[in-house]
Design a protein around this ligand. Sequence first.
Ligand SMILES: [Cu+2]
Length: 135
Amino acid sequence: MSKTKISIGIISGIILVIMIVLFLINNSELEEKLVVMMEPDVIMPTKVSRPGCEETNSCYIPSLVTIKIGDQVTWSNEDSAFHSVTSGFYGEPSSLFDSGYLDPGQQFSFTFKDEGLVDYFCTLHPWMKGQVLVE
Ligand SMILES: [Cu+2]
């Protein structure tokens, strides 16, 4: 076998190994993204950045979720505008949780460790209100 053929063989082998490694890295990133997206318990539907949804309790759907202590609730922003999920009332937030501004398509999860009725709202849209009842 000539030196040229051996060199081509070695180079081909190296390229193949690099391609396999890149393929594996890409795949693991994809799996992480799939795991991070949860089935939401509550969604923020489209057009709730304008008043009106409060008349039908549909700013967060459902506007009341009932769970058990230790359960996690996941919210999903399915609107094209920013929204937040912030405990308390507009102008009077409590320190329990605050999602910050959620981009369209972004999710926020919180695990409730205490019993009671928790009110939450959107810091950008005062009419957006929801509740979590922890039993
Ligand atoms: Cu909002």
